[in-house]
Design a protein around this ligand. Structure first.
Ligand code: DUC
Ligand code: ZN
Ligand code: ZN
Ligand code: ZN
Length: 484
């Protein structure tokens, strides 16, 4: 069966033009004027864009003594409702668990997905087994990106020697490294001090993770990546200190990317000082929300290209789960939702305010992730041969965000009350209409795993430090005797 999207304006990361899109089955087969198909979707007054890719989610993840509440069912329904047609989740081995073993678990969970998905692999410990299994994960499973936690001391955190070893292995295999960049030792110390002094409320979370904690770790990860010769993707960049390190590295010719979250772009640290404990605790995530100065830096980064992808780090916990941390903020499960709201919020606060062009919007919500993670142009593109993952965005359609109408299974929404303008009329996932005239038509199990090849030699980090890896012995006439 063929489907044609008619009368819309196609917007990709680099072009804006009027044309129809013809889809046969799961694939775009023609782009042009006056196309005909069995089924017609009218896009008059709308933008026809590549479906969103959220490069960073945690669905049904075991974390801080519980599981994140949205799974691959509610999570990918939320994604589609907001115009996101692919999520990249994290397969997370517990320290001591093999990578392949963890992958089996994620494979089972993801069978329910309504939209396509891929995995990053987390490296939560280091051993010969992890070293060996990396090759299989990359070559057999098509997972080319590995995340390292520099925080969560005593749980997921890896030490510098482990990170350096892992980075070198990834360089050798042609994959890329991801980091959660926060100095976990400093966070642990600041947290303990805050608790000792009686600061046990959710605001303590923000005080325990100042921007310096993130800036230091980002710098450290970049330097270690450069020495290992591996490209580096820094997740949830929330502050100027971290952004600055990324900017500088990119200017120096290193292959480093930064990912701000929609939450950090649009919510600030005042959320932690709300008199309602629940309100503040619901917004506890790492890194925490920052002030306006940092938000301006992130927006500027998206506009100038020093930051590449907008994600959510969707990791949703109910109010009840958050309340585990009453009397001790370090026990509040870290994480917020955003999957359904990322695209409308970024359109409203980015395009709607003139900070981003529609083309830049497509780049940072879809195409850049597809390129960096190596699934372009299957994903992130409106081209003949690409998967028909498409969002038809109606710039006049509006709503007020509310937990009452969301797909996410939790009992609140961190964007509650925000008014957004620019919502999907249609969303297609590999040719199937999943949002039809604004109404979600979910299809459990429709989603498929997207394999991503390693980038190989072309994507190596390149700076002058590489010369140091080829030592040149010095010829000497003699060596002084010791102890003289
Ligand atoms: N930060 C969060 O807030 N939640 C999940 C993991 C993370 O790094
Ligand atoms: Zn993280
Ligand atoms: Zn995360
Ligand atoms: Zn309005």
């Amino acid at each position: 069966m063929t489907t044609v999207i008619k009368n819309g304006t196609i917007v990709t990361h680099d072009l804006t033009y009027a044309a129809d899109v013809l889809i046969d089955g799961e694939t775009i087969i023609e782009i042009g004027e006056n196309l005909e198909g069995d089924e017609v979707l009218d896009a008059t007054g709308c933008y026809v864009m590549p479906g969103g890719i959220d490069p960073h989610t945690h669905l049904e993840m075991p974390f801080m003594g519980t599981y994140s509440s949205d799974d691959f069912d509610s999570g990918t329904r939320a994604a589609l409702a907001g115009g996101t047609t692919m999520v990249v989740d994290f397969a997370l081995p517990q320290p001591g668990q093999g990578l392949l073993d963890a992958l089996k678990t994620w494979d089972n969970k993801s069978a329910r997905a309504h939209c396509d998905y891929s995995f990053h692999m987390a490296v939560t410990w280091w051993s010969e087994q992890v070293f060996d299994e990396m090759k299989t994960v990359i070559e057999q499973y098509g997972i080319n990106s590995f995340k390292h936690f520099m925080a969560y001391k005593g749980a997921l955190m890896v030490q510098d020697d482990e990170m350096y070893a892992s980075f070198q292995r990834l360089a050798e295999l042609g994959a890329i490294a991801l980091v959660h960049a926060e100095n976990g030792d400093v966070v642990a110390d600041l947290s303990a001090r805050l608790l000792r002094e009686g600061n046990d409320g959710p605001e303590g979370h923000a005080y325990s993770r100042p921007p310096q904690v993130e800036g230091e770790a980002t710098n450290r990860a970049i330097m270690i990546a450069d020495m290992a010769g591996v490209p580096l993707y820094v997740v949830h960049v929330s502050c100027e200190q971290s952004h600055e390190a990324i900017r500088r590295a990119r200017q120096a010719g290193m292959r480093v990317w930064g990912e701000p979250l929609i939450q950090h772009l649009t919510l600030d640290e005042s959320e932690y000082f709300n008199e309602d404990w629940d309100h503040s605790a619901r917004r506890v995530m790492s890194p925490p929300f920052r002030d306006e100065k940092h938000q301006d830096s992130l927006w500027a980064g998206l506009q100038s290209g020093s930051l590449s992808c907008v994600a959510t780090d969707h990791c949703a916990f109910t109010t009840e789960q958050k309340r585990t941390g009453i009397g001790d903020f370090t026990k509040i499960p870290n994480g917020t939702g955003g999957l359904e709201d990322r695209m409308p919020m970024l359109w409203t606060y980015g395009v709607g305010t003139g900070r981003l062009t529609p083309n830049e919007f497509v780049a940072v919500t879809s195409t850049n992730s597809a390129k960096i993670l190596n699934c372009y142009p299957k994903k992130g593109a409106i081209l003949v041969g690409s998967d028909a993952d498409i969002v038809v965005l109606d710039p006049e359609k509006e709503k007020t965000i509310s937990a009452k109408t969301q797909e996410s299974s939790i009992d609140y929404n961190v964007f509650e009350g925000k008014h957004v303008k620019g919502l999907p009329r249609y969303v297609l996932s590999r040719g199937r209409v999943m949002v039809d005239d604004g109404v979600l038509k979910p299809s459990e199990g429709h989603g498929r795993f997207v394999k991503r090849r390693p980038q190989g030699e072309v994507n190596r980090a390149l700076t002058s430090w590489k010369d140091m890896t080829k030592p040149r012995p010095v010829e000497r006439s003699g060596i002084p005797a010791s102890g003289v």
